[in-house]
Write a protein that binds this ligand. Structure first.
Ligand code: SF4
Length: 492
């Protein structure tokens, strides 16, 4: 049997599962002893936002800045007492990543954040969630002016722009740098004494502030506060920079004010269901998406099943609203996908069956509604339909908790090229025929907006969220992509 070339030794997922992927999680804490231990726990809670690699930088008065960057899971690296003892001090930040920009699919250790820079006025480390849409242009300009890049990451531009600023304080340098940057950024940064959090003016990616005893915490999601017993204080506002030192939180507004455009897909899929986004439980929102979907796309059926795990709350909402019984018709094996370091071709071909198995006793003879969070390429949906029919289902109906994903994301989510997105080339009916299911319906964009709390739906003149991957309306022009020939949606 031919063996495939070895996968990356820490390949986050040797069996790509036809989902969009969130790219990064960030976490920082100050004012507590052994801050790096809390950062490791916080990153563990954010592991769903990036499984490829992680890093921590800590500062201690006696030893200065110390850092560790590793491939693989937080639990496999940052639980070693020997390693954590090298990261002493009361101030630390960390990052988990799955690459969006830079050397996608072949990450090198130099691409793993946090990045650290030593300036004339002291050092600083930054961890970035998001994607800089003018990074290539900035990089070219910085290289022309003499900057020497260490990594292929877009985030490194921020360090170089900070180094060139004439401001005297690191937070001011960071503000200078970020005013040149376009796109999405939720950043956690640190100096010797300060913990800094910043969100881009549109607030595309999340960032929250919490309190831990006398200290403070910044995190991508509230689930990372919960794991360390920190109290949620508030979201860092879009366009806000918070500078935390000596137990005080200073708030700055360094950017021109803009109407926020938070990523609506965080509600559907990326964030953990036990997190709170914009004051609302993600679980509740997802369940409400299922309610809206049942109202918009009712179906005669015997059983509602989630495609685990992210389809679960929407399936519960769908079942509640439709009155159709809910059941776990598909069971997920939580431990597959990370197990086979060098999968053989035969194992790869098993594909979805390695991750998902059908509960035959429940499915047999039933008209089944499968609720999934999204359809990207459609390859997984086809395999799931095959499995359900093999198990004896009478009919298969797909209900999708997001509108058709027809456009790539350039704001920190890994999406296939546009032509690989099923919805970019097919109508809903064509997708139904392609997937060979009895029916296929997606929630409408208005329905999704209602589910996230906008009673009147989407305001077409001034959309309340970023929904570019559904609508093709990009709130920040992806200038690097346009320069490479990406065609924006034609004006209607
Ligand atoms: S394009 Fe889609 S995934 Fe990307 S930020 Fe906007 S809504 Fe989120």
């Amino acid at each position: 049997m031919r063996r495939l070339p070895p996968a990356h030794p820490f390949d986050a997922d040797a069996f790509p599962d036809d989902k969009l992927r969130e790219e990064c999680g960030v976490f920082g804490v100050t004012g507590v002893a052994d801050a790096a231990n809390f950062v490791a726990l916080g990153l563990h809670a954010l592991q769903h936002r990036g499984q490829e690699a992680g890093g921590i930088v800590a500062h201690d008065a006696a030893t200065g800045f110390n850092s560790a960057r590793r491939f693989g899971y937080v639990r496999d690296n940052f639980t070693s007492a020997a390693l954590m003892e090298t990261l002493p001090g009361p101030l630390a930040i960390g990052h988990v990543r799955y690459s969006t920009a830079g050397s996608k699919g072949k990450t090198q250790i130099r691409d793993v954040q946090p990045f650290f820079g030593e300036f004339s006025l002291g050092g600083a480390a930054i961890a970035h969630n998001g994607n800089i849409t003018n990074a290539e242009e900035l990089r070219r300009e910085l290289i022309d002016r003499g900057s020497i890049f260490q990594s292929s990451s877009d985030s490194e531009c921020i360090i170089h722009l900070m180094a060139r600023s004439l401001q005297r304080k690191v937070p001011d340098r960071m503000m200078d740098a970020l005013r040149r940057v376009e796109g999405a950024f939720s950043i956690v940064a640190m100096t010797r004494t300060k913990l800094i959090g910043v969100r881009d003016p549109l607030g595309v990616r999340p960032l929250v502030l919490g309190r831990l005893g006398d200290g403070h915490v910044l995190a991508s999601e509230t689930c990372a506060l919960d794991i360390i017993g920190a109290e949620f204080l508030r979201d860092v506002a879009p366009g806000e920079m918070v500078v935390i030192e000596g137990g005080r939180v200073e708030s700055h507004r360094p950017f021109r004010e803009e109407r926020p455009r938070f990523c609506i897909f965080e509600n559907v899929y990326f964030s953990r269901p036990d997190s709170i986004l914009g004051g609302r439980s993600v679980y509740e929102t997802r369940s409400q998406i299922g309610v809206e979907l049942a109202r918009e796309a009712p179906v005669e059926a015997d059983l509602v099943c989630p495609v685990p795990d992210s389809g679960t709350p929407a399936a519960i909402g769908f079942a509640r609203e439709s009155g159709i019984p809910y059941g776990m018709g598909i069971i997920r094996n939580q431990y597959v996908g990370r197990t086979f370091i060098e999968p053989t071709e035969q194992i790869r071909n098993m594909g979805v069956r390695l991750k998902l198995n059908v509960n035959r006793a429940l499915i047999r003879g039933k008209r089944v509604v499968l609720v999934d969070d999204s359809v990207v390429r459609g390859t997984t949906s086809i395999k799931i339909r095959e499995m359900i029919l093999d198990a004896g289902a009478a009919e298969v109906h797909f209900r999708i908790a997001s509108p058709p994903t027809a456009w790539p994301c350039f704001y920190g989510v890994d999406t296939p090229h546009r032509e690989k997105l099923l919805a970019a080339t097919m109508s809903e009916d064509e997708m139904r025929d392609h997937l060979q299911v009895d029916s296929l319906r997606f929630i409408s964009l208005d329905g999704l907006y209602r589910a996230v709390g906008e009673a009147q739906g989407r305001d077409p003149a001034a959309p309340q969220y970023c929904d570019a991957c559904f609508s093709g309306e990009y709130p920040v022009a992806p200038s690097d992509q346009i320069a490479r020939g990406f065609a924006l949606k034609a004006a209607e």
